[in-house]
Design a protein around this ligand. Sequence first.
Ligand SMILES: Cc1ncc(COP(=O)(O)O)c(C=O)c1O
Length: 418
Amino acid sequence: MAENQVIEKLKRTFDPELIRKDFPILEREVNGKPLVYFDNAATTQKPNVVIDSMRYYYTHENANIHRGLHFLSELATESYENARLKVKEFLNAMSASEIIFVRGVTEGINLIANTFCRAGLLNDGDEIVISHMEHHANIVPWQLLCERKNIKLNVIPISDEGELDMEAFKEMISEKTKLVSIVHTSNSLGTINPVKEIVNIAHSYNVPVLLDGAQAVAHQKVDVQELDCDFYVFSGHKLYGPTGIGVLYGKAELLNSLPPFMGGGDMIRTVTFEKTTFEDIPNKFEAGTPNIAGGIGLAVAIKYLNSFDYDDITSHETNLLNYATKKLLAIDGLRIIGTAAEKASVISFIIDGIHPYDIGTIIDTDGIAIRTGHHCTQPVMKRFNVPATARASFSIYNTLEEVDKLEASLIKVIKMFR
Ligand SMILES: Cc1ncc(COP(=O)(O)O)c(C=O)c1O
């Protein structure tokens, strides 16, 4: 395949200046200034290899998968199933059948919430544990369930630093708990949660654990067997891959015990008006024509990420985090929300007397993209008593010089307001 050749060429040592050349969008200007892209927690930019692989697929291989015996259909099927194998390797899952392609984290969590309930694993009086720092995608699906059944949502509180209160977690888990669903790395606070410990505690009560890895997979090595989590979800677009494709990993035994999520083509074995039988996993959960190009693009994004050493990625991003933290804290009236000891390269902040929306709008005129708002974590905003925050989130292609530009632009904002 074309992209393999390109990937081969990419094997090299970690150098952000060279990495930047892989991402065509970083060459563009915004408002007459070179783009400084600090909105990576919302979505990452895409390297040429990912863009090219999808173009290659549509140019040379496009056909529907699994259904045709013709050449192109077999080629497309092979590429799509190879993508599944790549994800299996990436997460170190036991089997490719444990990898379900979904649209993203949101769909993955909804799939589990919906099928857990229909499997009879959640009933009146049962409890689910989430935390106060969850993205809405890991709150609302459970609330929708609570409306259907008399299920209680237990919420692990967080400290002023934005860390989970593990003692409270130990107290709230019991034989009534049927699932623990926790974010691996918080998108609004940056906190990296002690997920291995959470899994161990939950398992001592025989409670399965779902981990929301949206903000984790691009920044640290994830090994689902080592974590021993029961489900793990992530979205391709946060990992330099395309939008509209993501992954739900589940232990085979659990996935086998769940009913299908959506019904339609590709997930059935036989259909009659009297009775329909279903395919085995993963197909059982993949009704209809999937995002074939997306799966292929995601696999290439994983290969791209794998062409670097994770230690180099972590060390570069930690360097950016520490440098930016120091610079931002030196700004008069700036407060960082989320100061956990274990933190990913995300900085949420507020500046006294200036609304985050004003900050975001003004620094945009300098070509700097950050996110402002509640980051789909309204309970976190409430916990810290702020309406919104400004958030800068860093990635492999960001540089210390870009952090300097952010600092200068923020100082300009302050001068305008004071
Ligand atoms: C922690 C976390 N969970 C879930 C999501 C939802 O991901 P998606 O919109 O790709 O489904 C996000 C996206 O911002 C996130 O950061």
